[in-house]
Design a protein around this ligand. Structure first.
Ligand code: DQA
Length: 136
């Protein structure tokens, strides 16, 4: 199975920012753990702070599933929502934190209704649970 793990804005700072929320492991360290979990699968990892680059990656993805943590873009990016709607590749929305136990503005996702599903609140394991969901 071919999986694309796509991270959006500020997620490149994971391990350095808000460690109480997102933990102290870097995104590279988390990705290495994901890669070893999915050792029999082909995993691609991409992170960008730029909305258009995330859209382009979604347009061009040739894979069985996209695991997308769009970061703050989740809450307002109609461009990313439209990119998801424009392709047939299934996308699972992911968040490390439980956004519903945080500020009100994080309770809204403009992406969820065009995604296959949503996994949130399990820290780095949210990515692994989302990847596993493509195998069910
Ligand atoms: C996040 C939650 C978002 O609200 C926030 O803007 C992030 C990370 C998460 O993984 O919990 O950057 O997507």
């Amino acid at each position: 199975m071919k999986l694309l793990f796509l991270n959006g804005v500020n997620l490149g700072l994971t391990g350095m920012r808000e460690k109480g929320v997102y933990g102290s492991q870097t995104l590279e360290e988390i990705n290495a753990e994901i890669r070893s979990h999915f050792k029999d699968d082909e995993c691609e990892f991409f992170q960008s702070d730029i909305e258009g680059e995330i859209c382009k990656k979604i347009h061009e993805a040739v894979c069985d599933g996209i695991i997308l943590n769009a970061g703050a873009y989740t809450h307002y990016s109609i461009a990313i929502r439209d990119a998801i709607s424009s392709v047939t590749t299934p996308v699972v929305e992911v968040h490390m934190s439980n956004v519903h136990s945080r500020e009100d503005f994080r309770h809204v996702s403009v992406l969820s209704s065009v995604c296959k599903g949503v996994i949130l609140g399990f820290g780095k394991n949210s990515y692994i649970l989302a990847g596993e969901s493509f195998k069910l």
